[in-house]
Ligand binder design. Structure first.
Ligand code: NOJ
Length: 760
């Protein structure tokens, strides 16, 4: 086998240098350089282009096309990577085709969308981000990597770090919400979780996506045009991408959209100048699914050949599924339109990734039947999934402490998501098996015990809109549509007999994720009808929401006493939700994305600017709506607990600081309610006057603290000059002397403030 032919020294280096941040890095780097240079020296142009080509296998499909004969391509050396293939047996079979049959025996790299768990499914990323628990997010990525790597995978197409402020865009589900600073911390934590400290066979290479601006598609319509200012790009969009470069991410994926008229996949400034040169990124860049071919539709090139040239010359290293590089690059090189040096640089980056993963030392390193059997969906992993799910829930309302529920009496569980498994694992659960998920009814029965009578009725279809239901079901949605009137009648009968009603409502998983933009982000009308009828009973109602995006909930908020946001919580969803409903766990999640009052407010996010005419109810000519408040229904950082917390005024140890100083900020938080609980203490700043206008608040730090009931704690933060920097009028990243405010509070709206000055 090929790896036996490599010299012992190289094998040893390949085994040891499995991470991106190792001691003796320089020596290992030079061994890798030697090995890769030597290999590139032996490669023909066709073999090089093969390494820059990736195809989906037919095991799963995550895009519009599949290449017939991709297995022949592998054996001919025309493929460097396969995605959508997993299990030790299948990846071994494909790997053998590459290693045994090609002239240079170069192993394939197997990628897959391991987005929020491999087979043990965790909450969707937007849900997980609501935990504000970086260690938990790192752990869930680590578990996902351990399961994926045991199942033949080397590489996950995650994290998605697109800042997203438009809930019409279905892909808000896959990211960490609207905030740049928090998004950057989460991006780093997830990269660390996936990649670990070394590629020892139990971790996978991460892929930062989608570079860049995809979260800003116009109208929230997927794949649409993006048109943002240079400032928005640098202040809001790029920081989480840069954070993952600093964290040592192994790969990047471009986005489908254009920026300022140039599709990302042909954007030399974005990929080559900023990512590779300015940020000194050493990994490789893959396109998104057929993104090179799609440039013909974008209209920046006349044909696929030109698209391929634009892509490789912009710094793209791997063509996902488009087969453009294999079809045209050789001709482009011969015509002098693409330099051999450009191809060599791309090949080097791809081969280096394979080297770092240890694939030259052992191409089957990640085909671990034994580990796959014992570790995938182990009891420990399921336990962690349950815990992380509970951390992701956000209590939006709890009037008169309707929650937690008593473990006695009778409960009616009503709603199409109440006894449902498919939706629990969300839209992008890849290899996840929804049959193994725990639905809410099952979870409630298990957690409540025999003292509670729980009766279930579906009450409504998720949607009665045939076109939507058909679209869901054509994508594996499993939606069953029943007679709405019969469902309603049955639900009312069940509800009438209960002391408390729990309603499980929201979206189907297929209404969220890629290609699921919605112009109306309310709970579908079929379920609204059910809610209106249930409301007439005048009983206490707890709304349990399951959804992948912010919803407009103005009516629900005004009519129901308790609302718990549970997203799509993963394999252990039902158990985790029941833990919270019955008070075994006190919720502490906080929103990472604002919930608008209506679609008309979009975009609405917390770090907005003031405008020249701030809203003033007494001034007609001020910035406001005639029919609605400016602020969202539930702001960024918002979330309740079963207990209550009070905050003192923030105390600063200095009134004026210099750029070299540290400013200590403290606040005392007291749990003055009736439960032990956790609170996310949030710190925001404002630069009062800048050479360019500044947002009214910007998150700069937080601490998640546990307080016993009655307990007080002093929470200390330190601000430095770095926290005050921004891109000034000349786009220089710096701080400016002058007045600042610091705000501390339980969410971005309810804060107390103090002032300080930054002196020259
Ligand atoms: C398209 C999606 O945009 C991207 O996020 C995903 O990783 C690829 N398809 C591969 O499935």
């Amino acid at each position: 086998m090929y790896y036996r032919k490599i010299s012992c020294a190289v094998v040893a280096a390949a085994i040891t240098m499995s991470g991106f941040a190792q001691p003796k890095k320089a020596a290992l780097q030079s061994k890798m350089d030697q090995f890769v240079s030597n290999l590139i020296g032996k490669m023909t142009l066709d073999e090089k282009i093969g390494q820059l080509t990736q195809y989906t296998s037919d095991m799963a499909l995550t895009g519009p096309s599949i290449r017939a004969g991709y297995k022949d391509d592998i054996q001919k050396g025309n493929v460097g990577s396969i995605f959508n293939a997993y299990t030790p047996a299948y990846t071994r079979q494909l790997q053998e085709m590459a290693v045994k049959n090609t002239r240079l025996h170069i192993p394939l790299i197997f990628g897959y969308d391991v987005i929020h768990g491999h087979k043990t499914i965790f909450p969707i990323p937007l849900g997980e981000s609501s935990s504000w628990d970086l260690a938990a997010m790192e752990k869930s990525a680590h578990i996902a990597a351990a399961e994926a790597s045991a199942d033949g995978l080397h590489w996950t197409f995650a994290p998605m770090v697109d800042i997203a402020r438009d809930p019409r865009w279905g892909r808000v589900a896959e990211g960490a919400g609207e905030d740049v600073w928090l998004g950057s911390q989460i991006a780093k934590a997830r990269v660390k979780g996936f990649q670990g400290t070394s590629f020892d066979g139990t971790t996978v290479m991460a892929c930062t996506k989608h570079y860049a601006g995809y979260g800003f598609v116009q109208g929230g319509r997927d794949y649409n045009v993006v048109d943002v200012s240079n400032r928005t790009l640098w202040e809001t969009i790029l920081p989480p991408f840069k954070a993952t470069v600093d964290a040592g991410v192994g790969s990047f994926m471009t986005s489908f959209n254009e920026i300022a008229g140039v599709p990302s996949t042909a954007n030399k400034w974005l990929v080559d100048d900023v990512l590779k040169k300015q940020w000194n990124y050493k990994g490789f860049v893959v396109t998104d699914y057929t993104a090179i071919n799609e440039m013909v539709n974008h209209g920046n090139v006349a044909n696929e050949k030109e698209a391929g040239e634009a892509a490789i010359n912009a710094g793209i290293d791997m063509d996902m599924q488009g087969a453009v590089f294999v079809k045209y690059l050789k001709q482009s090189v011969n015509e002098g339109k693409v330099k051999v040096q450009t191809i060599n640089d791309a090949v080097r980056r791809v081969l280096e990734a394979k080297y770092k993963l240890g694939l030259f030392a052992d191409p089957y390193k990640y085909c671990n039947e034994e580990r796959a059997k014992t570790e995938i969906m182990s009891a420990a992993n399921l336990n962690d999934a349950r815990d992380i799910a509970r951390k992701s829930f956000v209590l939006l309302k709890n009037y008169q402490q309707v929650l937690p529920l008593k473990k006695s009496g009778s409960i009616a569980l009503i709603g199409p998501l109440g006894d449902d498994k498919r939706d629990m694992i969300g839209n992008w659960s890849g290899a996840g098996d929804w049959h193994k998920a725990v639905g809410l009814l099952e979870g409630m029965k298990a957690v409540a015990g025999p003292g509670v009578e729980i009766n279930y009725a579906k009450g409504a279809n998720i949607s009665d809109n045939k076109s939507i239901v058909d679209q869901m079901n054509s994508q594996g949605g499993e939606l069953v549509t029943d007679d709405p009137d019969a469902l309603l009648k049955q639900a009312m009968d069940v509800a009438r007999k209960a002391d408390v009603i729990v309603m499980a409502v929201g979206e189907s998983q297929g209404m969220t994720g890629e290609a699921t933009s919605r112009s109306d982000i309310s709970i579908p009308e079929s379920q609204q009808r059910l809610m209106r009828e249930i409301y007439t009973l005048g009983k206490p109602v707890v709304l349990v929401l399951m959804n992948g995006r912010p919803l407009t909930l103005t009516w629900e908020d005004a009519h129901f006493p308790a609302i718990l946001e549970t997203w799509f919580a993963g394999t252990e969803a039902g158990n985790a939700i029941a833990d919270v409903l019955f008070g075994n766990y006190n919720p502490a999640g906080k929103l990472t994305i604002s919930f608008p009052r209506s679609v008309g407010q979009i975009p609405v996010y917390y770090d907005m600017k003031k405008t020249g005419r701030p809203a003033d109810p007494n001034n007609k000519y001020s910035s406001k709506y005639l029919d609605i408040a400016n602020d969202p229904l539930y702001p960024f950082g918002y979330g309740l607990s079963y207990t209550t917390f009070t905050y003192t005024q923030p105390v600063l140890d200095k009134k004026t600081i210099k750029a070299t100083d540290k400013l200590n900020v403290s606040v005392t938080v007291t749990n003055n309610g009736n439960y032990d609980g956790e609170e996310v203490v949030q710190l925001y700043i404002r630069d009062v006057v800048g050479s360019v206008t500044r947002p009214m608040k910007q998150l700069r730090n937080f601490q998640k603290v546990f307080l016993h009931k009655g307990e007080s704690k002093e929470i200390k933060f330190t601000l430095t000059n770095d926290d005050l920097k921004f891109y000034d009028a000349n786009m220089k990243y710096t701080s400016e002397p002058g007045d600042f405010k610091v705000f501390i509070g339980t969410n971005s709206r309810d804060t107390q403030e103090a002032d300080f000055k930054l002196a020259l």
